[in-house]
Design a protein around this ligand. Sequence first.
Ligand code: OXT
Ligand code: ADP
Ligand code: MG
Length: 588
Amino acid sequence: MSAVLSTTSPAAGSQTSAAATIDGFHLVIEALKLNGIGTLYGLPGIPITDLTRMAQGEGLRVIAFRHEQNAGHAASIAGFLTGRPGVCLTVSAPGFLNGLTALANATTNCFPMILISGSSEREIVDLQQGDYEEMDQLAIAKPLAKAAFRVLHAEDIGVGIARAIRAAVSGRPGGVYLDLPAKLFAQTMEAAAGRASLIEVVDPAPRQIPAPEAVQRALELLRGAKKPLIVLGKGAAYARAEAEVRTLVERTGIPYLPMSMAKGLLPDTHELSAAAARSYVLPEADVVVLVGARLNWLLSHGKGKTWGGKAAKDWGGQKFVQIDISPTEADSNVRIDAPVVGDIGSCVSALLAGMGAAWPRPPAEWLNAVMERKAKNIAKMAETLAKDARPMNFHSALNVVRDIVKANPDAMLVNEGANALDFTRSIVDMMKPRKRVDVGTWGVMGIGMGYAVAAAIETGQPVIAIEGDSAFGFSGMEVETLCRYNLPVCVVIFNNNGVYRGTDKNLGGGADMAPTAFVKDARYEKMMEAFGGVGVYASTPAELKRGVEEALRSRRPTLVNAIIDETAGTESGRITSLNPAAAKKPQA
Ligand code: OXT
Ligand code: ADP
Ligand code: MG
């Protein structure tokens, strides 16, 4: 490897003029650059250390993390935010496995991401002879990725990267695994032939126009609706279809419900938002248009009491239109009466074209009922927020965050936890698309710092990360990364001394704390100070406000330790009913 480096590394001068050869390292770097990939998220080590060094030398931005899972989450959310695959680079076996949770999470959430892992030598791995970090990584990645590829020859690097890019972003986006064995990086080939073998992918995510008859079927269903509802999912945010979606909502006058990462696609203050009337509109609606949202657990699988069914498995009687790029999504939970398959921009445009200028507004009784319920919930919320509880609870702390986010609509909001997640979602309004990123389809803890790093880097905007104290712990070491790259991230830890709350007792009466309880009054802000960032201890709303506002002003990495009443949280936030013990009890 070192012989190749001596002739091809940037330090030794141009790899073309010295030897007229190019090695695997540089073919990978050039293929990525050719396809507009400017940032790598990763963690160096054998066999990719030199790849990270050389990539930086060749002008790519290399963001090095303290744990691969966080680098992987960063890459995946970069994919969501930009529409180009986010790339994560890891070492073999353990590093690869550390990145795998993020790859699987990307696939589950339909985020385009490529996990590139160095791997050990095939002939040794396949004979299981005990190589350094031996593992059949390709086989392990396959079931968790949308696609998985291995490149064995330098001349195939261009094809390998092109296939990975296409697989990640075309159709339903997802996580792609690219296995690059150590020997590949050292292979050389004639420079001109090497460059000619690289592929600049043309139209990696082609528009997918819906069939006219599918559009007509959807329009007919919608025309007969008395209580129509639109549900906006993060697919619509990813598709950057906010202009088309806004026209659809405003021309039809149909109320809409944003899923968590679709908040802000239209401003949450929009008069047709039914977010504050969720438990009213779902069971009452007669025709529901799903726009880039799956009928998974977050929508109670389209049935049961949430939808007005008598029992958990009952159909509520709604008819569904589903706009989705995946042709196999329809009927996954309940019957979809009008599937419209295509990209959201094209599908919504086709619906609008079919509607013409004069489309009947929904009946006034429906609109009035939704607005009445919404106004009631908003008034109830305003009353709770006005209590300004001390010690701080989730409401009095989020009242501050809500105002700050309103005043800084371009700031990114990262959010994880249980109560810290659920209260933030319903209290903090988002005004612009793709500003809120959170635990997503899996409800996964640990996305926090990875998402915060990538959100800052990809958007250039300040980031506010609202973190449960447990949630933060999954990626907390990355505060060093925030400081190292001097990122404008303000981490706000909602510190209630534990998972859900801090008051649980050891049921056996022993000296060990309960499994959900943490060290009391932990001084998380000192973690940020340890690396040169700003630490703030905030036990009142005024201190919290000052801390976050100053962080936004200074753009310095900041950690605000917001002290929350340790009794304030509920078990699992708003999804208590998913706990097996709770599920045995009849639910209200
Ligand atoms: O209509 P109704 O009356 O029902 O009212 C609704 C809205 O209409 C109303 N609303 C409003 N009112 C007024 N104004 C406005 N603007 C407004 N907007 C809405 O408010 C209510 C609620 O609205 P919402 O939120 O839309 O509705 P609802 O019913 O909640 O929606 C249902 C769902 C399912 C869509 C929603 O609840 C949802 O999206 N939930 C996501 C839940 C989730 O993913 N949770 C995270 C996982 S929990 C658990 O698994 C945790 N773990 C285990 C673990 C995990 N996850 N991962 C890994 C790798 N390891 C372990 C752990 C360890 S959480 C966790 C840590 C927790 O501790 P922390 O310390 O981090 O956090 P704390 O709890 O804070 O201590
Ligand atoms: P949410 O969690 O917000 O409800 P989901 O992740 O369940 O959203 O659903 C997102 C859906 O959006 C997926 O079914 C995915 O296939 C779809 N999708 C993603 N990108 C596009 C696109 N460009 N056009 C159409 N559908 C898309
Ligand atoms: Mg907590």
